[in-house]
Write a protein that binds this ligand. Sequence first.
Ligand SMILES: *[C@@H]1O[C@H](CO)[C@@H](O)[C@H](O)[C@H]1NC(C)=O
Ligand SMILES: CC(=O)N[C@H]1CO[C@H](CO)[C@@H](O)[C@@H]1O
Length: 368
Amino acid sequence: MILGTLKRLSHRLGVSPQPKLQRLSDDLVHAQVVLCLCISLLLASFIAAFVTACKRRNKSSLTLADLSPYMRALMFFIAPTRVAWPAHYVRAARKATISRSKQIVIDLNDLFGDICAGKIELRQPDDLVDLLRGELRVDGWRFLVQVDSVHCRHVQRWLFAESVKVQRIDAGAALRPEQPHVWTLQLDSVPPYLLESCLVRNLSFRYACFLEFTTVSMNLTPWSLAWILSSVPFCPHRHKSRCMLSGPSTTPLFATLHATLEVLARANAKISATHKMSANKMSADARTSTNKPDSGTKTVHAVTNISAAHASTLLAQRDRLHSDTSLRTSYIARYGIECWRERRLIMAWEAALLRAGMLERWSVELRG
Ligand SMILES: *[C@@H]1O[C@H](CO)[C@@H](O)[C@H](O)[C@H]1NC(C)=O
Ligand SMILES: CC(=O)N[C@H]1CO[C@H](CO)[C@@H](O)[C@@H]1O
């Protein structure tokens, strides 16, 4: 524009533009042409890229052969029970293949839902140990478990509801099969604020007994992914409330060995105090009695980490539920096949958590 005005001005003045000015205008025109060329080249390459992207998307036509490395790795962990995989596995395979992430992301809810519905099966419950540790790798593919925010909110809501609910003591007690005169008290479903009174009442009468309970490992931070995965056996699940005798319990999520032993010490002190009182009364009533009344308190004889043994017990029960025909038939008749599948999965899950060190099972041996 400036050049144009200059030219017009010089024309009107009857002077030809100076050669220097002429060269300047030529250079400018040259630069403009180069710029135009650059822009059109850029545009062209953009269009080309867009078209290829579109083509690739149209061709979500990744062939089965393209997906097969993913599917082969996935098949190592789970097996479809029907001819076709549920659609979301194929979608995930496509996504991972396009992004070349080499990751197989397993959604917790999908996994439980598909197994309960009988669409897929675990190949080896043992693989859950590595999966939960985040160490399951097949052919360079890494398996990850994912928990969505909906599941976390469910757990939060359940914890809150349990914390305001008035609970009853539900201490399961059973004779030990290997020592038929010794009792084991299962503390997992005793709410923390009732634990002390439960121990006072139950221990006063028993000479020797074992306390057993599960805790989440101290190494896990509450609400971390590992913690949420560890809470699965205790949370209410699809069919769990119907098919479990003891029902879901929040106690193991916050119990620690240390805190439980402290409560035990307080319970012991109370038992000892009541015994002293009754002993005093007795000796006042009958001074002739020479029998020294027993103090009633218990001493901790041993504290044992029984995680590995408990995991084996769970796996054995899981196998029995599968291979013992009469047990299987009656279980399925009573609770339904989906519940049966879920129960077996949760047993395998809990055993894997114990073996991965995410849950711990403790046994405290008490002697009078
Ligand atoms: C308890 O035993 C399990 C399995 O043997 C082990 O992974 C875990 O680290 C042990 N926990 C403690 C606190 O010793
Ligand atoms: C086995 C046993 O005696 N369990 C008892 C423990 O204490 C609670 C609370 O009193 C009882 O309900 C259980 O029966």
